[in-house]
Design a protein around this ligand. Structure first.
Ligand code: SAM
Ligand code: SF4
Length: 331
């Protein structure tokens, strides 16, 4: 009997795939990229057909949620065609995108029509100069217009993602919560992870724990623990008297590996079993050596799962622990 499920040696069933469709981006966020990033040559990036083949293999093995990410996924040419194909797969309970919001003013209605259900939009500051310092691009207005367009397009859920850094935007946490509440959005606050070598700051100097962020919010709001999970690592709290959920992604201060149900595929087709490890299987090489061989691809995924590590070991005092940038792996 061929194996039809993805289960790792610790009994965790994989139902969630994060699929990166490009390593390129129109922003250069300081915690994510260096200003002079060198991107992979196009021939090394999975074609749209290969991306679909990977998604199809995972769906065949029980994956029910796919998040499209990058780099900035919306700068990938002809992404809509891929989304339309995935949007028609009845097995998928959720098709979501993580975006920096820069293209949403134009693309939000088309994404919704293609079958995208949920959007995560990154927003680290509501202040123009700070936003420009975070992203190295003066595009706050463009992103705010993108958020409005996404609201108008009728997605099931929109969540903001905010990386919090001490001395840079930790004093804006309450403003960002008010912004989300006023618009019926959820918001997750993220601890910076040591992915990729960056020159703009020493990560340990700006580290701000999720517990500190939550304490700030609780100065003004009552937070009630929510049992809601969205397939990712966020733990949620409900703002009392509001629809807004607040998530905390805390790889440092609260290890989230125990119930990990996800794997990632990079834009170059590397299957990454854990964000905190270098283990990766080259799906691109396999697909290009055996084009159209769906069974071989599935068998390789099932076998690879046996290597999924039990947990990551990120530490705040290390500048870089994993050489891959988040933009390569897909956030
Ligand atoms: N470009 C899209 C965006 O910014 O939303 C999608 C890709 S981005 C890599 C996905 C998420 O990863 C973003 O919310 C970003 O803030 C987060 N991110 C990037 N580098 C990070 C790091 N070193 N630590 C924590 N989060 C990071
Ligand atoms: Fe681009 Fe997203 Fe990385 Fe910022 S976090 S540089 S928007 S990929």
């Amino acid at each position: 009997m061929p194996n039809t499920q993805l289960v790792d040696p610790f009994g965790r069933r994989i139902t969630y795939l994060r699929l990166s469709v490009t390593d390129r981006c129109d922003f250069r966020c300081t915690y994510c990229m260096s200003e002079d990033m060198v991107f992979a040559p196009r021939a090394q990036i999975l074609s749209l057909e290969e991306l679909y083949a990977v998604a199809d293999a995972f769906i065949g093995l029980g994956v029910r949620r796919i998040r499209i990410t990058g780099g900035e996924p919306l700068v990938r040419n002809n992404l809509l065609g891929l989304l339309q194909r995935l949007g028609q797969r009845p097995e998928l309970e959720d098709l979501a995108i993580t975006s920096n919001g820069s293209q949403l003013a134009e693309l939000a209605p088309q994404l919704r029509a293609a079958g995208v259900k949920r959007l995560n939009i990154s927003l680290d500051s509501l202040q123009r100069e700070r936003f420009a310092a975070f992203t190295r691009r003066d595009r706050l207005d463009q992103v705010l217009a993108g958020i409005e367009a996404a609201r108008a397009a009728g997605f099931a859920k929109i969540k903001l993602n905010c990386v919090v850094q001490k001395g840079r935007n930790d004093d804006e946490v309450l403003d960002l919560v008010e912004f989300a509440m006023a618009r019926g959005l959820d918001i997750s606050f993220i601890e910076e992870m040591p992915l990729g070598s960056i020159s703009s700051h020493q990560r340990q100097d700006t580290f701000c724990s999720s517990d500190e962020v939550r304490a700030r919010i609780e100065q003004r709001h009552t937070l009630v623990r929510s049992s809601k999970r969205t397939g990712g690592p966020s733990r949620y709290w409900q703002v009392a008297g509001s629809e807004t959920l607040i998530g905390f992604i805390a790889p440092h201060s609260h290890n989230f590996c125990g119930d990990c149900n996800r794997v990632r595929v990079t834009a170059e087709g590397k299957l990454v079993l854990c964000l905190g490890h270098e283990h990766a299987l080259d799906l691109r090489a396999l697909m290009r050596r055996h084009p159209g061989d769906r069974q071989r691809l599935r068998d390789a995924l099932v076998a690879a799962l046996q290597l999924k590590p039990e947990r990551h070991h990120f530490q705040t005092d290390a500048q870089v622990q994993v050489l891959r940038f988040m933009s390569m792996t897909g956030g």
